[in-house]
Design a protein around this ligand. Structure first.
Ligand code: GDP
Length: 432
């Protein structure tokens, strides 16, 4: 999600403008001279585009080195934002403080939109024209308080934002796409047959020929699902050359085409390298993941003991995957598959509201700050969720984070918000 930073002197009406942009009366702290606000991000939307507005707060106007304070604020804004709104009080006109800030802003390559706030009437609008002199291009005359000119400003913000897909609300969607994958003989066809209720995944008509990907629509748990490339599950008669390589490409393609993958493992055998490769494909493709331990009917107490150890060892890197113990043959726990798929997909598409995310993050870094490194500790300024399917997060920081601390944040993020059955991605954008 793109970030729009609001920068300006105290009392130019930044909070009011943020309120106007986010379109609701929210408890945005008032602009009181001398009160330094934290950088608070808010979710905003205009014409189907979502973005994050960051109120960069006021700086300490009585600070000794005022220019340095402004520079720091402007730098932070520029480093973390895609677009900067530079707010000036149209009734006051530009001041030397404004001009100092403009210098910093112009040095950056970021698009800056000049907002002439408090333009409550046409008389002030005439005054606002003088702000062309700041060299930031056309001033947008706006009355954040009364709403005047805010539509034009929002249009200008959208124009300046990087390209992004429109948010489409309530798009009708077809059945969810599932890849049923696993090495040969783990029971894929057997499981598919359970759902399709007929012997459909049997013998390929021509031995060793490539079959165009053919999906199947099957009922699982009272819902229709699209099983991707079930033609690939058909048994080939005889041994085609390069079969394994071909099967692996086919598995990768099925995973890519799916939203959620069911990786079938054979509980009666050790978790193999080939199993691991398939799991890795799912994780790297960023798909939701359900691991089904098939042939559970063959698992006795002895095998169970070793299997638990294997799981601890081999699946440690994906503790978030949903696991099921089932038997395609007896039908054991096969009814658990649909709920598991739904849960994994829900996690995969989870969006955490920015305010909630940052509330949690603030508490986390307060309780466990980043360890001090070379005399100072990197700070996390704020976070946004950049996307879903799978959930992707961006942490805006003062410096790169230690790998260990980043893992800690990811673990805590999962503890707080779940994401069971889905990979998540966290990237760090250090202020440069
Ligand atoms: P695929 O290659 O993954 O499609 O595997 P198949 O569905 O062809 O199954 C391979 C073998 O495992 C067949 O002999 C199946 O009868 C057997 N099989 C599949 N599922 C189970 C199960 O849950 N329990 C047991 N005991 N055998 C199974």
């Amino acid at each position: 999600q793109p970030v729009v930073a609001v920068v300006g002197r105290p009392n130019v009406g930044k909070s009011t403008l943020v309120n106007r942009i986010i379109g609701r009366r929210q408890a945005v702290v008032e602009d009181v001279p001398g009160v330094t606000r934290d950088r608070v991000p808010y979710d905003a939307q205009w014409n189907g585009r979502a973005f994050t507005v960051v109120d960069t707060g006021g700086w300490e106007p009585d600070a000794k080195d005022r220019a340095a304070a402004i520079a720091l604020q402007a730098e932070t804004a520029v480093a973390t934002a895609d677009v900067v709104l530079f707010v000036v009080d149209a009734m006051v006109g530009s001041t030397d403080v404004d001009e100092a800030a403009v210098k910093m802003l112009r040095r950056s390559a970021k698009p800056v939109i000049l907002v002439a706030n408090k333009t409550d009437n046409t008389a002030i609008e005439m005054e606002a024209t003088a702000l062309w002199s700041l060299g930031l291009g056309e001033p947008y005359p706006v009355s954040a308080l009364h709403g005047r000119g805010s539509g034009e400003l929002l249009d200008a913000i959208l124009d300046a934002l990087p390209e992004a897909p429109k948010i489409v609300e309530n798009r009708p969607r077809g059945p969810r796409r599932v890849a049923l994958v696993g090495r040969p003989n783990v029971g894929k066809s057997s499981l598919l047959n359970r759902f399709s209720g007929e012997e459909r995944a049997v013998v390929d008509s021509v031995a060793g020929t490539t079959v165009d990907p053919v999906d199947s629509l099957v009922q699982i748990g009272g819902e229709t699902w699209q099983l991707v490339d079930t033609a690939g599950l058909r048994k080939r008669v005889g041994k085609a050359s390069g079969t394994e390589y071909y099967a692996s490409l086919r598995t990768a393609a099925a995973i890519e085409a799916a939203e959620v993958a069911v990786v079938l493992l054979d509980s009666s055998e050790v978790i193999s390298e080939q199993d691991q490769r398939i799991l890795t494909m799912v994780v790297e493709a960023g798909r939701a993941l359900v691991i089904a331990f098939n042939k559970w009917d063959l698992v006795d107490a002895d095998r169970r003991y070793y299997l638990d150890k294997e799981i601890d060892r081999e699946l440690r890197r994906i503790p978030w995957a949903i696991r099921l113990n089932l038997s395609a043959q007896t039908g054991r726990a096969v009814d658990k598959l649909a709920p598991a798929l739904r849960k994994a997909l829900a996690s995969w598409e989870t969006r955490i509201p920015t305010a909630q995310l940052n509330q949690w993050l603030t508490a986390l870094v307060q309780a466990t700050p980043h360890p001090v490194r070379g005399g100072r500790a990197p700070k996390i300024l704020f976070a946004t969720q950049a996307g879903v399917a799978p959930p992707r997060f961006v942490l805006f920081t003062t410096a790169p984070l230690d790998a260990g601390y980043q893992r800690f944040v990811e673990r805590k993020l999962r503890e707080e918000f779940g994401f069971e059955g889905s990979p998540i991605d966290i990237s760090v954008r250090p202020r440069k």
